[in-house]
Write a protein that binds this ligand. Structure first.
Ligand SMILES: [Fe+2]
Length: 415
């Protein structure tokens, strides 16, 4: 399938400006003319950094909560690098763990600006890597369009200095990087990532135990793959964030929904070349409708901008699709997955939202944020072949639950 994005009419009730609509089409047109459209393929990896000492614990968490399993481990001058895989056609998950607990780079400095992010200054979702047909040409085209790439001497993090990956400078609008790596030669062995290293026996045992625990309950196969990643940004930067991502990717703007009672909107961008979002997950931006400084006129809840004020602009959650179906009489798979994860000690926010009785619908839930990655994990089941991407009522409930948890746990942020 390949969608004609020039003709696609975006969905949703969130109004966009003429500026946005004009430049959206101009960007698509330029991508085609500059060859970018043919250079870029799917998202082939998601990159997350954790604190020194948190690597194995984060992997254990991923073993329980996701289908990702360790593929290989490397050591470079600054980091341990863990590559995880679910299905070969889905993106890899790359975990970076600094060797030195005093390690700092541009992402650390970004985290240090925000009161709650400061507690884990190296824990951060970094960005996605796109597979490309020609790395040099991709960079040449993007640089000619003012996309700012990172130069090897601009960060202490050696993973970003690898000649086989090109990463953009962290976006001032989203805090995320976008990476590019050649397709076909995305052969990890040939990427000069560092020295291979082996986990210790006890580390191997920890992961084997987590794997056995999840497999024993049958949850591993029910959690299919990453459906979308959602970044939280400031109100006034919503349209710019979308246009920036459209400039740097081969995604199209699918639609935006107004979540009025949470003073928020959800803005979805998808890869038009794939039938299954899990092979190149959707990229979502959430932003307040009005900025925090005028929100007090209406006094609505505003969990989206509260999050940005506390943690900075950054990735908020990664969502996994759960196989549609029943696990025993009247128990949907997502309910079974969540109950099982709770029995493993994984904490969740509130309850599963959305009803799956007999008509197509969505069931969704947010976990509490990981203490290692700071990311929330979302689970979504599209019941009875529900074709939509999300429902407004579910998003309103999920957004509310995340906001209440943040307030409950952190109270006065200046504590
Ligand atoms: Fe989501």
């Amino acid at each position: 399938m390949s969608l004609d994005i020039m003709k696609f009419a975006p969905l949703g009730d969130k109004k966009n400006s003429n500026f946005f609509n004009d430049y959206r089409l101009k960007i698509y047109q330029r991508r085609k003319e500059s060859g970018l459209e043919d250079l870029l393929n799917n998202i082939c990896a998601l990159v997350v950094q954790v604190e020194t000492g948190d690597g194995l614990s984060y992997l254990e968490e991923l073993y329980l909560m996701t289908p990702y399993r360790l593929l290989c481990t490397y050591l470079n001058e600054t980091h341990k690098i863990y590559f995880l895989e679910s299905k070969p056609e889905f993106p890899h998950y790359v975990v970076l763990e600094p060797l030195d607990s005093h390690f700092t780079d541009d992402l650390t400095r970004l985290n240090m600006l925000y009161p709650l992010a400061r507690k884990k200054p190296n824990a951060r979702y970094v960005g996605e890597i796109f597979s490309v047909n020609d790395l040099t040409e991709t960079r040449r085209v993007l640089e000619s369009q003012n996309v700012r790439f990172h130069y090897p001497d601009e960060t202490e993090n050696k993973f970003f200095s690898n000649p086989h990956f090109y990463f953009t400078f962290p976006s001032s609008i989203t805090g995320n990087r976008v990476g590019y790596t050649p397709r076909g030669s995305y052969d990890i062995e040939a990427m000069e990532i560092g020295e291979k290293f082996e986990l210790t026996d006890s580390e191997t045992r920890r992961l084997a135990d987590a794997d056995a625990k999840a497999k024993d309950k049958g949850t591993t196969n029910l959690i299919l793959g990453v459906d979308h990643m959602a970044t939280r940004i400031l109100s006034g930067e919503r349209e710019d964030a979308i246009l920036e991502f459209l400039t740097m990717s081969n995604y199209y703007f699918w639609g935006a929904y107004n979540i009025a009672d949470q003073n928020s909107s959800t803005n979805v961008n998808r890869n038009g070349n794939v039938d299954d979002d899990k092979t190149s997950p959707a990229k979502v931006f959430t932003a307040n409708n009005t900025p925090s400084f005028v929100n007090s006129f209406e006094n609505l809840p505003m969990p989206t901008e509260d999050f940005v004020r506390n943690f900075g602009r950054r990735m908020h959650h990664v969502a996994y699709e759960v196989a549609d179906g029943d696990h025993g009489a009247g128990v949907k798979n997502v309910d079974y997955v969540v109950e099982t994860l709770k029995s493993f000690g994984v904490p969740f926010l509130a309850h599963v939202v959305g009803e799956c009785t007999d008509t197509p619908n969505l069931k969704q839930i947010f976990s509490k944020h990981s203490e290692y990655s700071i990311l929330i994990t979302e689970y979504v089941e599209r019941c009875f072949g529900y074709e939509g991407f999300f429902t407004k009522s579910n998003v309103a409930e999920l957004t509310k639950a995340a906001g209440e948890d943040e307030r409950y746990h952190h109270g006065n942020i200046f504590d």
